[in-house]
Design a protein around this ligand. Sequence first.
Ligand code: NAD
Length: 337
Amino acid sequence: MKLAVFSTKSYDRAFLEAANQNYHHEITFLEPSLNPETVPLAYGYPAVCAFVHDNVNAEALRKLAEGGTQVIALRCAGFNNVDLQTAKEMGQTVVRVPAYSPHAVAEYTVGLAIALNRKIHRAYNRVRESNFSLNGLLGFDFHQRTVGIVGTGKIGAIVARIFQGFGCKLLAYDLYPNPECKEMGVEYVSLEEIFSRSHVISLHCPLTPDTYHLINPETVSRMQDGVMLINTSRGGLIDTQAVIDGLKSGKIGSLGLDVYEQEEDLFFEDLSEIVIQDDTFERLLTFPNVLITGHQAFFTREALTKIAETTLSNISQVEKGEECPNEVSVERIQTKK
Ligand code: NAD
């Protein structure tokens, strides 16, 4: 099938081209992101491939339909950037990659926590400047600390297993407790207890109306003094101003983020020559006890291979008129609710 890939980076191209050896789609790689203004680039392409920050809203979908696009293939798990109701009205099929490598994200989460705790990022810079002082680099043992995990699906469960290997006490909160976690001795508690008992809190639930700003002034106030907070899930789980206030008061002892609520305007691009206009983000960067990365937890060879394979396989299934298990539609979401 003729496929226009939007928001292409060099790594997308490399992994999609390798996977396409088995699928033989006719792929055009485009650097611009997909939004109503850039839709004309897709005219004549029955399929487009989009990523997390592409804006596939109603207007974009209508224009895509006018240009003959019937398949929207997301090379990510989230589909909140696609107006599914309009896709349905336009008769367009939306497919996604529901899971690629939970290990990639889980391993990164623990790596972020360790780097933040032991200040490895700061030590790296110091040593390059021949500064071998240890002042300010003091950390704590994870061993025997209490780690609270919010959301014990594919990623949260692996994070639990890794922290268990460190000898941590594990608490979890999930609407649907995971039997695998229960078996490994994770104690399911209320959110209230996660906040009040944990030394480290790691977020792994999806962003939904229920979880939006789960971390807010009120929940921060219920946390232990000096708590470590880690978010590799979705930026909207955290009210950024609340954590800035928590960091200033010392309530939050350290903060590790791979996601940020307003990340669409920042992440995945080299903005090093540009004056960043987001003052909240810039304030976060000033704290010595904050470590931020730009949505890279998923970024491993294994994950990119799976993303490329699944995306092209999804398109082949739709092209052949086969049932695609990775289709997302208004009906499927309603059935799951
Ligand atoms: P998953 O669907 O396997 O697990 C999510 C878990 O959250 C489920 O067990 C679910 O029951 C639970 N949950 C849902 N609503 C909840 C609520 N209100 N309170 C508590 N728990 C709730 O998903 P996953 O594959 O483990 O992914 C977790 C999150 O990680 C995703 O939602 C995504 O936002 C994020 N993610 C980030 C990256 C990255 O690169 N940083 C990559 C992939 C995924």
